[in-house]
Design a protein around this ligand. Structure first.
Ligand SMILES: [Zn+2]
Length: 313
């Protein structure tokens, strides 16, 4: 398959993700599929995953009495930042934002999450729109520092022009930063929302990146080697799935075919359709452990502070 047709949250076969942020930030922009091997669409999992696993083990031991261990639905507020170019490129209208959120809610329903858009913020002719929004670059970090709204209480989602076809989205992991750090968030290419050209046609990029945001790793994390993606009910997978390789079994010594229809693989949107029950449990538990500020009743974000008028009564 020609790579432009790949489900390109990353280019084909790229999964090396062991470099710290400083190294990622200095990586030159990819020019061919073979050159993107040093970037990933989430924080370096090899660095962050042992702590995630340890925290989950502690929580299981302590049986933390939170929404994560009950059947209570977790309501999460999203602030959706729509960046656009000088000609209005990328200016997703409210209807499209609503369609994207409906896709997210369908995907996360079985996991017990419900998302609401607390605010849509628009930035016409944004200097960050084209090429300036990649989260591990200096510019991308500046964008989040400027635009993020109460990261402790809201998932900040940014749509802009990333580097399609190589990177369609980027999601941080929950233990990368302190709860209120503006670097938390998800960045998606504006051409990955529902109705975009295949293979990103159904809006599953945001679903996938939100999976990272709540602590899921790729189903092919670690290849056939335990603990893989640290989720027991996703069969091990040696390499990323592209297209829709149903029936593939790249780790024949383990049970089950490759989970290519899982949202956390790289298959086409038309192929991916579920999180597993244990992925849902992992997200709920990690939300409670690392992002308790998100898991609270959703109000509108505090409006930007008005300048003092110095008026006296
Ligand atoms: Zn990913």
């Amino acid at each position: 398959m020609h790579c432009n047709a790949c489900k390109a949250r990353l280019a084909a076969g790229c999964l090396v993700a062991v470099l710290p942020f400083a190294a990622l930030a200095q990586a030159p922009p990819p020019t061919t599929p073979g050159e993107v091997r040093i970037v990933d669409d989430t924080g370096a999992p090899a660095i962050f995953m042992p702590e995630l696993e340890a925290a989950l083990a502690r929580a299981r031991w302590e049986r933390v009495a939170t929404a994560a261990t009950t059947n209570a639905r977790i309501d999460v507020g999203i602030v959706f930042h729509v960046l656009s170019g000088p000609l209005g490129e990328g200016d997703l209208d409210d209807e499209l934002v609503a369609r994207q959120l409906a896709v997210v809610n369908d995907a996360f329903d079985a996991a017990g999450f419900r998302f609401v858009v607390a605010a849509v913020r628009r930035y016409p002719d944004s200097p960050y729109f084209a090429g300036g929004c990649f989260p591990t670059t200096e510019s991308g970090l500046r964008m989040k520092a400027e635009l993020a709204v109460e990261p402790k209480r809201f998932v900040n989602v940014y749509s802009c022009r990333l580097a399609l076809p190589y990177i369609a989205g980027y999601g941080t992991l929950p233990n990368e930063f302190a709860e209120d750090d503006p670097r938390h968030g998800v960045v998606i290419d504006h051409a990955s929302v529902p109705g975009s050209p295949a293979p990103l046609s159904l809006g599953h990029t945001l679903v996938h990146e939100l999976g990272h945001y709540f602590g899921l790793l790729h189903t092919f994390q670690g290849g056939c080697v335990a603990p893989g993606d640290e989720v027991a009910d996703t069969p091990a997978e040696a390499i990323a799935g592209f297209g829709c390789a149903t029936g593939r079994d790249s780790c024949p010594q383990d049970d089950g075919d490759d989970p290519v229809e899982n949202f956390m693989d790289y298959s086409d949107d038309a192929c991916t359709n579920h999180f597993t029950p244990q992925q849902g449990e992992r997200m709920r538990a990690l939300a409670a452990i690392y992002r308790p500020g998100l898991v609270t009743p959703v109000d509108a974000p505090t409006p930007p502070r008005a300048h003092s008028s110095h008026r006296r009564p």
